[in-house]
Design a protein around this ligand. Sequence first.
Ligand code: DC
Length: 224
Amino acid sequence: MIIAIDGPAGSGKSTVARMLANRLGFKYLDTGAMYRALTWKAMQRRVDLKDETALCQLTDQTTIEFRSKGKSLSIFVDGENVTEEIRLPSVTNNVHYISNTPGVRQRMVKLQRKLASEGNTIAEGRDMGTVVFPHAEKKFFLDAEIEERARRRYGEFRPSDKEISYADVIKDMEIRDKRDTTRNNSPLIKSGDAICINTTEMTIEEVINLIIKQIGYAGKNGSV
Ligand code: DC
């Protein structure tokens, strides 16, 4: 079974997808982490982020894996744990070059389908319901007001990051939203058959419970 969860940054989709996967005993496929991991490697190797041929070659020479330990999930690039590095602002600022390169996306989609074929999966990203898993059993599109999404993102910052203001976070989010929704390759759009959930005034727990109710399955040990 594949459950697709898409939505913009700060919509709550990553937290919801991770907790839902734990709750249901499904695999969690964090596709944003995959684009980030490749961005990290391209930056390490000083590959020109606008050179599609070089980026495709790099993708072919890269092994991206997820490994889970208890409830925590880590991502490895060629055997190196890069779970923390891929969240660095420098990676966040450059990932759009990688995620907007058609040849890279083709390769990533192939890998994402392979990973999901290994078992029940919660697949989270921007194009899960539209492109990667058009036949997913259930599709959800999470969204929230931009002010609330920025508030959530700002709340996640460590004290050392606090020189970035809330207004900067909103501005940054507007830029990312525009990039995600207007790019040529697999832009962020709601799949026609996805259930839209506006999480602005909802807790994570409420969103998870709503999704469980919609899919009619609460995991091996739970009831709906
Ligand atoms: O969800 P995130 O912030 O970790 O995603 C990182 C970047 O990757 C973001 O700019 C959007 C992009 N992305 C994508 O293009 N397609 C996906 N399926 C997932 C993420």
